[in-house]
Structure formats: C-alpha cells, structure tokens
Design a protein around this ligand. Structure first.
Ligand code: C2O
Ligand code: CU
Length: 489
C-alpha cells in the first residue's frame, strides 16, 4: 500500500488508483489454460435455442483450493455461446441462485425488453426467455448479470461468459475470418481476465479497500485459473481478450514485440494495427493475433497503465505490472495465413448526426443525477444518428458503455482517436478530466416502455449510481412512465 504525498499524486493520475492491492504473481505459470466449453444449441423452427443456468458451486482457481463461486452451467464463468449473424436466437436463462439475477447481452443490438438489464430480473427458480435476431457485424460479445446495485458482486463471483457472433456464410467478413486463426480453443483462444482477492479462509472477498475505482484484486485469473499456460501448435494465434474484471484496467502486450490488433468490441477494424500494448478497461474486448516461432515461449504481460501518451509516473504502477498468461509454441507449427491488410469497411458520417447530447460523469452522478430505475433520462428517436460527448469530470478513471448500439469514437480529448480506437466499440475508457465524442445510430426497436442503459462499467461505480436510462421511440412519441413503474418497482 502507498501512503503520504505519493498517494495523493496517484489519486490524481492513476489508472488504478491509490492503495492498490499489488498483484502477487504465481511462482509458476503451469496450469493448462482451460477453454470454456461451447454452449449447446438446437434449431427449433429456425430459431437457434440455447439454455443456460445461473448456479452456485465450488471452483478451484488454484489446484487444491476450493472456493465458493457462481457460474452459468458450471461453478464459475460460463460456456461460450456461438451463433451466426442473420440467425434468430433464443436463450432460456434459468436462475438456480437463491437471489434474483439477470443475463445481459453486452454489446448486442436487440429489443430493449430482451436486453437482460435491471428491468429484466429473473427470480430464483424462474426461467427468462430472450429471443432476437443477430443483426450487427460479427464480433466478440459477452454476457453477465445486471441487477441494479449488485452487478459487481454477481460478475465478481463468476457469472460471465463470451458470446461470439460468427460471420454469415458468403459475407465479406466470412472471407476475412477464413484468413484469421479461427479454430476454437486451438488457434482462436478465449482469454477472460478477472482479478480476485481471497480471505484468509480462501473465499472470494470484495474489499472496500479504499480504491476509488473499486476492487483491485491481488490475484489475476484467466479463464478461472491462476498462473495459466497456453500450448500452441500454429504459426499464428488469435486471442480474444475480455476484461471481465470489476475495476482493473490492463495494458496487455508481449514485452519487446508487438501484437496485431484485428478487432475491438463491435467487430473487425478497417485495417490491422500493430501495438505494443492494448489497453482494456472493464467490459472491453480486443482480438489480437500473435506470430509464434517453433519452440518459442512468450508471456502476455500487463504493463503499467498508460493515460494516453503519458506514462503515469506513479509508484503504484510498479505494483501494477505483472504477467498474465504464458504461451508456449510446439517444436513444429502448422502454417497460418498472413493477416489480411484490409479487414472491414464501415463508418458513420458525422455530418449525418442530427442530435448531440452531453454526459458529464462525476463521482456517482451523470449530469448531476444518480441512477433511478423509475426515471428515463434520455429519449431518442428511432433512426437517428447522434453524437454523444462524454466527459470524465473526475480525477480518477471511469469508462462508458452504451447498450443496444456499437459506436465509433470521433475524438479523444479533442484530438483524433488513436488507431486502436478506430473500430466499432460499445465501451470506451475515459481518462481523468477528458472528453470523448461518440457517434452512433439507433436503427430500430422503438419501444417507449422499456429502457436501455448507459453507464460506467467499473461495476462499483455502476452499482452506486453512475448509470442512466434511455428509450428509443417513434418520432413524436415519448417514454411511457406507467410501464416503467410497472417493472416491479
Ligand atoms: Cu456489460 Cu450495462 O453492461
Ligand atoms: Cu466509473
């Protein structure tokens, strides 16, 4: 822990601020990286139907140490859901916990009553069915509970899984996908990162540790294990990185070399970007391709967090650099195609935006108000393209996530965004004191009765009120407060 004058400076600049629990690295990275199973599905009348169950159980993050955890279809984490763009999916979520929860499809474009946010709670013993059309670019999404005031605890205990949207056969993205590593668990590897703290008795604890950002665990897990190693057998490997932590921001990379970033939250970038570090705040995803030599061994590392171009010179930073995942290549590797130079075309035109809104985040309020389930903060007309300016008025970090849409980043602190923010995003890191401009289109699903959320994805901040609600309506329509009042409030 850091005390005195240094601590104050950290609060000003730090990515993961004062009195952090330093990460203690395991002695060895020799636990085989578990690959989450693929969720089973069946086609019923042309709908891809899946069933998942939230349940309590016992999980070993480290061999021989039983920990009480929660998971979907297992004690911890969740199966990877896979479906194809253009399909209708139905997910039946059963809650076997002894408290109510929900299942939110983070990054998904879908009707607001299927979103799985705080208005779609699932009571213990109940099953909730969400059905929608996969109608967006192929990408790596995830799912997790969203109970208002308890999201941090539910995600931290383990309720989180990946949701892959595969490209439709014959699409341009399908041709690119062929050129990228795409064999699940072999050269296309899910990497779900979460930091944890344990009590003396070995159970998960959520300390209130005095960190402004929330819980900073002293152990980092990948796919539910500490000290993981991944064996690879191909010349190129794609890692689908998800920061499923409640508060910690990572800057991930391979010391001394670059990785090739190919996709962010909402799908492929236009072109690949070579990066030394990929910054991921809670909720964000990144897909990177690594080139491996036969017999080579590399370490995925989390560097001291950076704020823009400024490396934060804070003492705690030295404590916040640590190894995450060891990667070992076999002596002979099968050939992988080169990463294509052109990946995707997309782009919203700022000139087409007809509405601007401003969101100021300060402490636990957005535009001066804490989250209220019974209040609609913003009303959006369906079909409009809008520019949202989001400002972090605090001296510590936040991030910003918008449900239903993928946005593009127009500016960061008044300047062009760096190339790694050039793709479609649903969550963006907010540096202290900085503004970002986001552009997005609300294509469809007008419904005055059910709101979508926007919020900070540092989950304690979200739970404590740094969240707001918007509805999408037909032109001239307004939100229907009677229905909001009817959502069990
Ligand atoms: Cu990943 Cu509103 O959440
Ligand atoms: Cu925040």
């Amino acid at each position: 822990a850091v005390t005195g004058a240094g601590a104050a400076a950290i609060t000003l600049a730090g990515c993961n601020t004062a009195s952090t629990s330093a990460v203690s690295e395991p002695e060895r990275f020799d636990a085989a990286l578990p690959i989450p199973p693929l969720a089973e599905s069946e086609l019923v009348d042309g709908i891809r139907v899946l069933r998942i169950t939230a349940q309590a159980g016992t999980h070993q993050f480290r061999a021989g140490e039983d920990v009480s955890t929660w998971g979907f279809d297992g004690p911890y984490g969740g199966p990877t859901v896979r479906a194809t763009v253009g399909e209708r999916v139905a997910v039946e979520v059963t809650n076997e916990l002894d408290e109510s929860t929900s299942a939110h499809w983070h990054g998904m474009h879908l009707p607001p009553d299927m979103d799985g946010g705080p208005h779609q709670m699932i009571e213990p013993g109940d099953t909730w069915r969400a059905e929608w059309l996969l109608d967006q670019a192929p990408c790596t999404l995830w799912y997790h509970p969203h109970p208002h005031g308890a999201t941090e605890r539910h995600v931290y205990r383990g309720l989180a899984g990946l949701f892959y949207l595969d490209p439709a056969p014959g699409s341009a993205e399908a041709a690119v996908e062929e050129q990228l590593p795409h064999t699940y668990g072999v050269d296309d590897v899910p990497v779900v990162i979460g930091d944890k703290s344990f009590s003396d008795g070995g159970e998960l604890v959520i300390d209130d540790g005095g960190n402004e950002v929330g819980l900073l665990g002293d152990v980092v897990t990948v796919n539910g294990v500490v000290g993981p190693v991944l064996q690879v057998s191909t010349e190129r490997v794609r890692l689908r990185l998800l920061n499923a932590s409640t508060a910690r921001t990572y800057s991930l990379g391979l010391p001394g070399r670059t990785v090739t970033l190919v996709a962010t939250d909402g799908g492929l970038l236009r072109q690949p970007v070579e990066l030394e570090q990929v910054r991921l705040s809670p909720g964000e995803r990144a897909e990177v391709v690594l080139a491996m030599e036969p017999g080579e061994e590399v370490m995925l590392h989390s560097f001291e967090p950076e704020l823009g171009n400024v490396v934060v010179p804070f003492a705690v930073g030295a404590n916040d650099a640590f190894d995450v995942l060891r990667i070992v290549a076999e002596g002979e590797l099968s050939a992988s195609p080169e990463v294509p130079g052109e990946l995707a075309t997309f782009g919203l035109d700022a000139a087409s935006a007809t509405v601007r809104r401003e969101f100021r985040l300060s402490d636990r309020e957005i535009n001066g108000a804490e989250m209220d389930m019974a209040r609609i903060d913003e009303t959006v007309e369906v079909g409009t393209t809008e520019i949202w300016t989001v400002i972090n008025d605090d001296l510590s970090p936040h991030n910003f996530h918008v449900h239903d849409v993928q946005f593009e980043v127009l500016s960061v602190g008044g300047s062009e965004p760096p190339p790694e923010l050039g793709g479609r995003k649903d969550t963006v890191y907010l540096e202290p004191g900085r503004a970002v401009e986001l552009i997005m289109t609300f294509e469809d699903y007008a419904d005055p009765q059910w709101p979508y959320m926007y919020h900070c994805h540092l989950l304690r901040h979200e739970d404590e009120g740094l969240m707001g609600q918007f509805v999408v309506v037909e032109p001239g329509e307004s939100a229907d407060p009677s229905m909001i009042a009817g959502h069990g409030l």
